[in-house]
Design a protein around this ligand. Sequence first.
Ligand code: NAI
Ligand code: MG
Length: 492
Amino acid sequence: MATKKSNTIKLKFDSARELAPAPESKSAATIKPQYELFINGKFEKPASKKYYHTINPATEERISSIAESNQADVDRAVKAARQAYEKTWKKMPGKERAKYIFRIARMVQERAREFSIVETLNGGKPIRESRDFDVPTAANHFFYYAGWADKLEYAFPNRQASPLGVAGQIIPWNFPLLMAAWKIAPALATGNTVVLKPAETTPLTALKLAEIIQEADLPPGVVNIITGAGATGAAIVNHPDVNKIAFTGSTDVGKIIQRAIAGTSKKATLELGGKAANIIFDDAPLDQAVEGVINGIFFNQGHVCCAGSRLYVQESVFDQVLRKLKDRMETLIVGDPMDKNTDIGAINSKAQLDTINKYLKIGLQEGADMYQSSCKLPGKGFFCRPTLFTNVAQSNRITQEEIFGPVLTIQTFRTDDEVIAKANNTPYGLSSGVWTDKGSKIFNLTTKLRSGVVWANTFNKFDPVSPFGGYKESGYGREGGLHGLYAYVNVK
Ligand code: NAI
Ligand code: MG
């Protein structure tokens, strides 16, 4: 019986891997050999005179040269944002601001194919995901907040909402265009101006967005996009003329930012790490739950702050779930991110691959059992097999710390109370998932799980209308929805 089962799976697996290559074409996107800083509506050379290479993590080939901003460049960008704020943007009626934001949204849509190609080449995520998730969701965010720009009196009834001023925005490499949209759209809708810094490994779609912003004829200085690494980010955070910091990234840097702005009047929203519990009860539709677990941890190579990286399975269905999970993992296609059949693309950087591999070693040293799918990995580029760990303890580092890769830990539980205690036993609190057929169980858990988002019988679902953000070391403040507007206004 068991042999027969594994034969069928092997056949399925072989045929999945025999799919003919279906690569998206690189030539549908233009990438310049060198990018400058987008300041005051123009592309300008960095005062630092320094550039660095951005690469394709799937091939390790250089794609383009990127300007590295120093303090003088940050000063210039903040000055441009301040002038644009005082002279035009804060005075402009919401109805007029909305037109610009709608224009950006439409232009992102029109150039969606180009954006998805560039996102995949620069970041390593499967083209299917950039095409079907990142780019359309980014456009949706601009559409959604464009709609609010002339309706702020309804968002804050009987109160007066005024913009904060210049927003310094620092974003990570896991959803480069989408995070730029999450940051820029609500800031502009509420009348703030922006200095945004993309992550050093993935600057290209933000720079393409700068091209769109230029073409959309936004008043110069309303959005400035400057590139560079942590030091550039720190210069934005510490700039005295910045009124608000919006940061998405590691909890470590979140803490540095919090210390840096203590005692200043700067406002901040921090979207940090996560270690989400995904919980399967024995009455759940198991095949759907397994699909949800696969999506929860392997979407975007697991480079997702809300990834479902800790699986809790009710004891009576553990063997069944584990078998289904391993079978499904075998069918995942790992490889060329530009291939439309690829499920798992490249790890974003060598540094991140080293971090993930470090955790795989830690897991083994902690005595856990590691299982990886048997796929072949490409010879070049940064890749990691989908991995799961069983026989793990709640106190293990692989259960407690954010790995940010395609690595799942699995534990069992017997009762609701037990799984609630285990799920909440983490320094983080960004998201969680519950799989059960029982509505009462869903209500019981959603009220007791300490995380900003709880998904029920689904996972990793996003909508611009729905606020997103964390508890505890996952940060504070909400992005998306009506809540996302609060982060950019003073309310009287
Ligand atoms: P990071 O937090 O260092 O980088 C995120 C952004 O912050 C980048 O734009 C970076 O240039 C900037 N930055 C770095 N140091 C800064 C500073 N002192 N002041 C201001 N800005 C600064 O994240 P990193 O090092 O790339 O990844 C390390 C770990 O962080 C990952 O393994 C993952 O666990 C976590 N992470 C979480 C993300 C999330 O979405 N919550 C996103 C990226 C990383
Ligand atoms: Mg870092």
